[in-house]
Design a protein around this ligand. Structure first.
Ligand code: GPP
Ligand code: MG
Length: 291
């Protein structure tokens, strides 16, 4: 690696929590559970999946079984992106879209490839951005898909820059009031916001051991379901879709439990979803024209 290509630290880390979180992602550079899955097609995801898996693959043995499990997890993670592209359907290829917390780029590339629009990813993890920019060149879309170093809740973009904003499984890392206010600021009036997240089901419980175990594993703060709706309204975004996919989120974790690459977080995810302490939600909203 030449000195020019060494990822530089991102100046967007603002406080002790963000420092700790940044370090967590800096330290996570040999994550085979993500890197091996994307090696076949250059789509690297940092989200999970919904829907069933092909149960026959568990009949295979040894290395074959492991290879099939990873391939199936990758298929499911890639298909998960249709939750975002589906909620963005109808967007013009001339549209400009922001990806909040763009990871290694998997969702941004699929949004661009399926909808044609320009995508600007924001991420404070320099090695992710470096990795994703490299992929953009290889996928020949570096003039349409960008990865910016910075904090997704304090972006450099002018007011009303984007026709749509989405964030795929990242909001457990951010203050919802601050984030939704920023997303609404950069959205044009009538623009669409789409978010996929896991959240604590506060209709069911105010404290869950399993949810706390997930928080500890990923250095995150899982928000309550009601907070999402409250903060959207506060930011002047009017919800048009709230889909609960909690049941559908369980098979992915069952499958992942069979992988040699399992990390231990499979147990609290399964526990939390089965107890209905954790929900998997897709939310879409439009920025009010009166906001
Ligand atoms: C974990 O995905 C993802 C989150 C906790 C949300 C953060 C999202 C980003 C865009 C960085 P992962 O694929 O990194 O977890 P694992 O390594 O357990 O598969
Ligand atoms: Mg992963």
């Amino acid at each position: 690696m030449s000195i020019d290509s060494v990822p530089q630290p991102v100046a967007a880390v603002r406080n002790g929590y963000e420092e700790k979180l940044h370090q967590h992602w800096e330290d996570k550079q040999s994550d085979d559970i993500n890197l091996l899955l994307g090696a076949t097609d250059g789509l690297y995801h940092h989200h999970y999946a919904v829907g069933d898996y092909n149960h026959h693959i568990l009949d295979a043995a040894g290395d074959d079984r492991e290879r099939l499990i990873l391939r199936e997890m990758h298929r499911m993670e890639t298909e998960q992106v249709s939750l975002v592209t589906g909620a963005l359907a109808g967007l013009s290829p001339n549209a400009r879209v922001m990806d909040g917390g763009s990871g290694r780029g998997g969702t941004a590339f699929l949004v661009h490839e399926q909808l044609g629009c320009r995508v600007d990813g924001m991420n404070f993890c320099a090695h992710h951005n470096h990795f994703a920019r490299d992929l953009a060149v290889r996928r020949q879309c570096a003039d349409k898909v960008f990865f910016h170093d910075g904090n997704m809740v304090e972006t450099p973009f002018a007011d009303e820059t984007f026709d749509a904003v989405y964030t795929n499984e990242t909001t457990m890392y951010i203050n919802l009031r601050e984030a939704f206010t920023e997303f609404a600021r950069v959205l044009r009036p009538g623009g669409r916001f789409v978010l996929v997240t896991w959240c604590r089901n506060d209709a069911e419980t105010q404290f869950s051991q399993a949810v706390s175990a997930i928080d500890e594993h990923y250095v995150c703060h899982i928000h309550a379901r009601s907070a999402y709706l409250r903060e959207l309204l506060h930011a002047g975004m009017v919800p048009s879709q709230v889909t609960d996919l909690t049941e559908e989120a369980i098979p992915y974790w069952e499958l992942r439990s069979h992988s040699r690459l399992k990390t231990g977080v499979e147990v609290p995810f399964l526990d939390a979803y089965r107890k209905n302490h954790l929900n998997y939600l897709v939310i879409a909203a439009e920025k009010s024209r009166d906001a």
